[in-house]
Design a protein around this ligand. Structure first.
Ligand SMILES: [Fe+2]
Ligand SMILES: [Fe+2]
Length: 569
C-alpha cells in the first residue's frame, strides 16, 4: 500500500467526489465510516480496491457490510487503529493472492484449451505438407517463437531430414538436407538424447556441450538467432518421429520453463499426427503406384487405346470440378471435395481394368473376320479356283467381295445380299467337297456396323463385370469405398439401355454419369485406331448432345461439359 489518507465520518459529504478525483491510482487510503455507505458510495468504493474501509463508532449493532475490513472502536487510539489496519492489510493481501490465483487458473485454463485445440487441429490433418506447416505455426503461437524448423527422423538411416521451416522476420529459402542423429548438431543431439535442449544464448553455449551454433543460416538470410529450443517429437512409448527447433522467443529474451513444458506437452500429439499423416501418405503412394501399374497393364493389352484411362480421369475430374463451382440449382446437391475427386479419379483410371479378362484378339479386332478366318476362306477359294479354272472369274469376284465386306464400314443397305449367292456353292477338289462360304463366316461379313459380332460384343461388355469383381476385392479406405460401384456403372444409360445392370436415371451414381460422358468423348476423339477413325472435338460434342437428347446421357452434365469446356485437358 502506498500513501494512507484518513477520512473521517464528518467528511462523508465529499466521499464520492474525493474517491473519484484523488484515488485513480494505486495509493492506498483508509476510510473510517460511522454508518453504512449508500448504494452509490458502495459502488464507487468497489472501483477502488486500494481503499481500506474501517467501521468506527457505536452505530453498527454487530453487523458489518462486506466492504468493511475491520472495526475500530476509538479511531483516536493510535494503537487500536494500527492493529486494526494491520489485520485489514493481511486480509487485503489474502484477497489479492486469491484474485491472482483465480486469474492464473483462468489463464492456464485458457492456455490448456488452446493447447488441446492445437492438438485436435493437428490430429485432423492428413496432408503431410499442410500438417508440417500447421505444426510449426501452432508451436510458434503457443510459445511465441519467431521461427521454427521441422526435421523428420529416418531411424533406419539414423538421420534427420530437414522438412519444413517458418520465420516471420525473414524469408527463408527452403532447401532440404539431412543431419546424422548424433551429438554434433543441436537437432541431432536432441534426437539422439530424446530430450529437449534449451540454448538461452547461442553465442554462449557451454564448452561442455558437444555441439556448436551453426551461424550459416543467419549469415545467409541476414538474421540473428538468439535462443533455440529443440524439442524431440516422441510418441507416447518414446519412439522418435522428428525434432522441432524453435528460434527466438518473442515474449522474453529467451524461452521460459512454461514454453519448454508446453513444447513437451504438444510433442506427443504432434508426433502421432505426423506419423499417421506420413503413413497415410505411404498408403496413398502405394495406391497411386498400384493404380498406375494397373493402368499400364490394361493399356499394354491394347496399345492403340493408350492414354484412354488417364484422359477419361482428367475429363471426369474437370467436369466434377465445374459442377462443384456451378451455381445452377440442379447441381446444388452435388459437391466434390478433395477426397471425392480422388475417388472419381481412381474409378476413372480403373474403369476398363476388366479388359484384362477379354481375349486380346477381340480387343484388337480390326476387321469383321479374324485373320485366321480370312486366311481359311481365301485358301478354300484359291483351291477351288485351281480345281475349277472355268469359274476363276467368279472366284476372283468372290474374293474381292470378301475383302471388301471384311472392312468394318458402316452401311445402310444389307451387306449380305451380294454375298448370299456364294453361300450355297460347294465344289469337289481332290475328292473333297469344299464349301466356298460357311454360314458363320457369312454372318460376320454381313455385319452392318463395326467389326464385332454379338458374341464379340458380349465378351467386350463383360469387362465391366470383370472390373467390378477386381475392384471389389481391394480393401479401399473409407474415402475411396465407392470406387468399385462407380466404375461398375460407367456403361449404364439413363434410359436403361446400358449394361451390365440396365440401371435407369438416378439409379446410376452421378460419378458414373460423369464418367460415361468422359468415356464416350475420349472413345470418339482418341487418335485414330486401325478400326476406327478419330472424330473432331466439335463432332464428338454434337454426338454427346444427341445422346443426351435421346435420354441416354445426363443433359445438364453434357451441357456443362460443353459450356465449361471440361473436355480441354
Ligand atoms: Fe468401358
Ligand atoms: Fe473406357
Amino acid at each position: 500500500m502506498g500513501e494512507i489518507r484518513l477520512f473521517r465520518a464528518d467528511e462523508m459529504e465529499d466521499l464520492v467526489e474525493t474517491l473519484n478525483t484523488e484515488f485513480h491510482n494505486d495509493f492506498g487510503c483508509v476510510l473510517l465510516i460511522e454508518s453504512p455507505l449508500s448504494e452509490k458510495q458502495t459502488s464507487v468504493l468497489g472501483q477502488h480496491p486500494g481503499v481500506i474501509c474501517l467501521a468506527t463508532g457505536f452505530a453498527w449493532r454487530g453487523r458489518f457490510p462486506s466492504y468493511v475490513l475491520g472495526y475500530v472502536e476509538n479511531a483516536g487510539d493510535k494503537n487500536q487503529l494500527l492493529w486494526t489496519l494491520e489485520s485489514a492489510r493481511r486480509f487485503l493481501d489474502l484477497r489479492h493472492e486469491n484474485q491472482q490465483l483465480r486469474f492464473r487458473y483462468q489463464v492456464e485454463g485458457e492456455k490448456l484449451d488452446s493447447i488441446l485445440s492445437s492438438a485436435l487441429e493437428l490430429s485432423e490433418e492428413r496432408d503431410p505438407v499442410k500438417l508440417c506447416d500447421k505444426i510449426l505455426s501452432n508451436l510458434r503461437r503457443q510459445v511465441r517463437a519467431e521461427g521454427a524448423s521441422l526435421y523428420i527422423a529416418d531411424l533406419e538411416k539414423n538421420e534427420l531430414k530437414f522438412t519444413h521451416v517458418q520465420n516471420e522476420r525473414v524469408k527463408v529459402p527452403f532447401q532440404s538436407f539431412t543431419l546424422p542423429i548424433d551429438e554434433n548438431s543441436m537437432a541431432g543431439a536432441c534426437a539422439s538424447r530424446r530430450k529437449s535442449i534449451h540454448v538461452p544464448d547461442v553465442r554462449a553455449i557451454p564448452k561442455s556441450e558437444s555441439f556448436k551454433f551453426n551461424d550459416s543460416f543467419d549469415k545467409k538470410v541476414g538474421y540473428t538467432t538468439r535462443s533455440i529450443l529443440c524439442i524431440p517429437l516422441l510418441k507416447s512409448k518414446g519412439d522418435l518421429v522428428g525434432v522441432v527447433q524453435l528460434i527466438n522467443s518473442k515474449r522474453e529474451s529467451t524461452f521460459t520453463e512454461e514454453d519448454i513444458e508446453i513444447g513437451k506437452v504438444l510433442a506427443a500429439p504432434i508426433a502421432s499426427s505426423l506419423e499417421t499423416a506420413l503413413l497415410y501418405k505411404d498408403i496413398e503412394n502405394l495406391f497411386e503406384g498400384f493404380v498406375k501399374a494397373s493402368v499400364t497393364a490394361i493399356e499394354s493389352r491394347d496399345p492403340t487405346t493408350s492414354g484412354h484411362s488417364e484422359r477419361v480421369a482428367d475429363y471426369s475430374v474437370n467436369l466434377a470440378k465445374v459442377i462443384t463451382l456451378s451455381t445452377a440449382k440442379e447441381f446444388a446437391p452435388i459437391h466434390f471435395n478433395e477426397q471425392s475427386l480422388k475417388e472419381l479419379r481412381y474409378a476413372s483410371l480403373l474403369h476398363d481394368f476388366g479388359k484384362i479378362g477379354v481375349p486380346e484378339a477381340i480387343l484388337q479386332k480390326e476387321k469383321k473376320l479374324y485373320p485366321d478366318e480370312l486366311e481359311s476362306i481365301l485358301g478354300r477359294a484359291k483351291l477351288i479356283k485351281l480345281g475349277h479354272p472355268s469359274i476363276a472369274k467368279e472366284i476372283d469376284q468372290f474374293i474381292e467381295l470378301v475383302l471388301r465386306f471384311n472392312e468394318p464400314t458402316v452401311t445402310s443397305k444389307d451387306p449380305g445380299s451380294e454375298l448370299k449367292k456364294f453361300m450355297d456353292l460347294h465344289y469337289e477338289v481332290l475328292g473333297e467337297d469344299i464349301h466356298l462360304l460357311k454360314q458363320d463366316e457369312m454372318n460376320k461379313l454381313a455385319l452392318s456396323k463395326g467389326s464385332l459380332t454379338v458374341d464379340d460384343r458380349r465378351m467386350i461388355e463383360s469387362h465391366v463385370e470383370h472390373t467390378y469383381k477386381f475392384l471389389q476385392q481391394i480393401p479401399w479406405t473409407r474415402e475411396l469405398k465407392r470406387v468399385a460401384p462407380i466404375a461398375h456403372s460407367h456403361h449404364e444409360k439413363l434410359d436403361g439401355t446400358g449394361y451390365p445392370q440396365g440401371l435407369k436415371g438416378n439409379e446410376i451414381p452421378v460419378e458414373s454419369q460423369i464418367m460415361a460422358i468422359a468415356d464416350i468423348y475420349d472413345a470418339l476423339t482418341a487418335p485414330d485406331r486401325p478400326y476406327k477413325k478419330s472424330v473432331a472435338a466439335a463432332k464428338a460434342l454434337e454426338i454427346l448432345m444427341e445422346d443426351a437428347v435421346k435420354g441416354k446421357l445426363n443433359r445438364e452434365l453434357v451441357r456443362l461439359f460443353i459450356d465449361q469446356k471440361a473436355y480441354l485437358i
